[in-house]
Design a binder for this molecule. Structure first.
Ligand SMILES: [Zn+2]
Ligand SMILES: [Zn+2]
Length: 68
């Protein structure tokens, strides 16, 4: 099994897709794979996934700047 396949298997549940918002695909330039999320705050599609050192997507309703 290649590293790429291992990542796909591990991420099959799409942990960054939360709620009913439309899903978009990011391309991780480090792992050379696609990953999905549905954060409304993403500006760049070519960004490392959190497993490869990228920032965690901000989920609608869980914004860190909210609720202070
Ligand atoms: Zn995103
Ligand atoms: Zn990655």
């Amino acid at each position: 099994m290649t590293t790429k396949e291992a990542i796909v298997v591990r991420k099959r549940s799409n942990p960054y897709v939360i709620g009913p918002r439309p899903v978009h695909k990011h391309r991780c330039p480090d792992g050379d794979h696609e990953w999905q999320c549905n954060s409304p705050y993403c500006n760049h599609m070519e960004i490392e996934c959190p497993e490869h050192g990228g920032p965690e997507p901000v989920i609608e309703g869980y914004e860190p700047w909210r609720g202070r």
